[in-house]
Ligand binder design. Structure first.
Ligand code: F6R
Ligand code: MG
Ligand code: MG
Length: 361
C-alpha cells in the first residue's frame, strides 16, 4: 500500500527550563491523535518527546504536505500550548510563530520530515529526533549511512546498494537544492555538507528511485529573522533489504560528532545518542541529544516504537560525548566552544556589542 509517514515536531514549552516535555502536554497530544485515528484521518500515530520538543509521528494516505495532516498537527500544538501556558511551562508556544494556520506548518515554526512510499513486505523505519542542535547535524550521519563503506558494509557487499545513492542537498541561503550522485561525487558532496550551517542534506534516494531518508530542514531564525530557539531536527531513515541495515544506520551514531546548538544555540557540542528516558539535556542545557525510535510498518500501522539507543553498545559513545563536552566547556566563551561570529548573528550578542559602537576610535 502507498503510505505517507509524517513526523511533525515543535517546542511548545519546556519542563523545566528547556530540558524536557511535560507529561500533560504529551497526554493531550496522544488523545488528539488517537481521535484522528478513530476518525480515519490517520492510520496510526505515536507521540514522543526529545528534550523540550514534542514529536508527532503519523501514518496516513494523504501524501506529503497534506493540509489536513498539517492542520491536525497545528491543532495539537495549539492545544498543547494552552496546557503549557496553564502550567507556565518555560517558553510556552515557543515554536508557534503565527496565530493563524496557513495550510502548511512549514514556515510557521514547527519542523517536519515526511515521505511517501509503497510499504515493502517488511519495512523497518527509524525516526531520529534531536534536541539542542540544528538541521545540518544529520549531514555527518547521513553521509556515513549512505556513502561511507567504513560504516555501511552493504555498500560493498549488497548488490542492491553497490551503485550508491543520490543525495539532495539544500542551500539554506538561497533555498535551492542540488542532487549529487554517490559514490561518483562524494568529494563534491563533502565539499558542501562539511558546512552544515549552509548546506543541509534534505533527502536520500537509492539510484532506482527508492526513497531512503528524509530530514527536516526548517531554520527558525530564517523565518523569524532573529534567534527564537533552535531548530531541533528530525530524520526518517528506512532500512534493510537493499537499504542500509538497521545496525548500519545506528552505527553512524557511534561517534558523538560535534554539532552547533547547546546553550543558547550558540555553542558546539557532541551529539549524544541516548535512550528516550535520557533525552533530557540538562548540563549547560545539553549536551545535544539524539534518540532513535524504531518501527516496523504493518499496513501503515506503527509497530513500535523500539528505543534503539537503549543499548549498552552505545555506552562508549556516551562516555566519549561527556569527555568532549567537558573539554569544550573548559573553553568557556572562547571558540571553538562558542560558535564562530557569523553563526552568532541571529543570537542576542549583536545587541550587546552594538552598545560599544561609539567607543571604537
Ligand atoms: C537552546 C535553548 C536554551 C536557551 C537558554 C536561555 O536551544 O533553548 O539553551 O537558549 O536556556 O533561554 P532564555 O533566554 O529563554 O532564558
Ligand atoms: Mg525550548
Ligand atoms: Mg528543543
Amino acid at each position: 500500500m502507498k503510505l505517507t509517514l509524517s513526523v511533525i515536531k515543535a517546542d511548545i514549552g519546556g519542563f523545566v527550563g528547556h530540558s524536557s516535555s511535560h507529561p500533560e502536554v504529551m497526554e493531550k497530544a496522544g488523545e488528539m491523535l488517537d481521535k484522528a485515528v478513530e476518525d480515519d484521518k490517520l492510520i496510526d500515530a505515536r507521540v514522543l518527546a526529545c528534550g523540550d520538543d514534542l514529536q508527532l509521528i503519523m501514518t496516513h494516505q494523504k501524501g506529503v504536505e497534506a493540509e489536513e495532516i498539517h492542520k491536525l498537527a497545528w491543532d495539537v500544538f495549539m492545544a498543547g500550548t494552552d496546557i503549557a501556558k496553564k502550567l507556565k511551562l518555560y517558553g510556552a508556544g515557543q515554536d508557534i510563530l503565527s496565530d493563524a494556520f496557513s495550510g502548511n506548518v512549514k514556515g510557521m515554526g514547527p519542523g517536519a520530515a515526511e515521505m511517501s512510499f509503497e510499504e515493502r513486505p517488511s519495512d523497518p523505519v527509524i525516526v531520529f529526533m534531536a534536541d539542542k542542535t540544528s538541521p545540518g547535524a544529520w549531514n555527518y550521519n547521513l553521509y556515513k549511512i549512505f556513502a561511507d563503506a567504513f560504516n555501511t558494509a552493504g555498500l560493498v557487499i549488497d548488490p542492491h546498494m553497490h551503485d550508491g545513492f543520490i543525495f539532495e542537498v539544500l542551500d539554506l541561503k538561497t533555498g535551492k537544492a542540488v542532487k549529487l550522485n554517490t559514490p561518483e561525487e562524494i568529494y563534491t558532496l563533502l565539499g558542501l555538507i562539511g558546512s552544515p550551517e549552509h548546506y543541509v542534506i534534505r533527502s536520500v534516494h537509492r539510484k532506482d528511485g527508492l526513497w531512503a531518508a528524509e530530514a527536516s530542514t526548517q531554520k527558525l531564525s530564517k523565518i523569524a529573522g532573529k534567534y527564537v530557539g533552535k531548530d531541533d531536527p528530525v530524520l526518517i531513515v528506512r532500512g534493510q533489504a537493499g537499504l542500509p541495515a538497521v545496525g548500519e544506520i545506528l552505527e553512524a551514531f557511534s561517534y558523538p560528532h560535534i554539532v552547533p546548538g547547546w546553550m543558547r544555540g550558540s555553542h558546539n557540542g557532541p551529539l549524544m545518542p541516548v535512550s528516550f528516558c535520557d533525552a533530557t539535556p540538562s548540563r549547560f542545557d545539553g549536551p545535544p541529544r539524539v534518540t532513535a525510535a524504531g518501527f516496523q510498518l504493518a499496513e501503515g500501522k506503527l509497530v513500535g516504537p523500539r528505543d534503539m539507543f537503549d543499548d549498552p553498545s552505545f555506552d562508549t559513545a556516551r562516555v566519549k560525548a561527556n569527555q568532549l563536552a567537558e573539554d569544550l566547556r573548559r573553553h568557556g566563551p572562547f571558540q571553538p566552544a562558542r560558535l564562530p561570529e557569523g553563526d552568532m548573528e541571529y543570537t542576542t550578542l549583536p545587541s550587546i556589542l552594538e552598545k560599544l559602537e561609539g567607543r571604537f576610535e
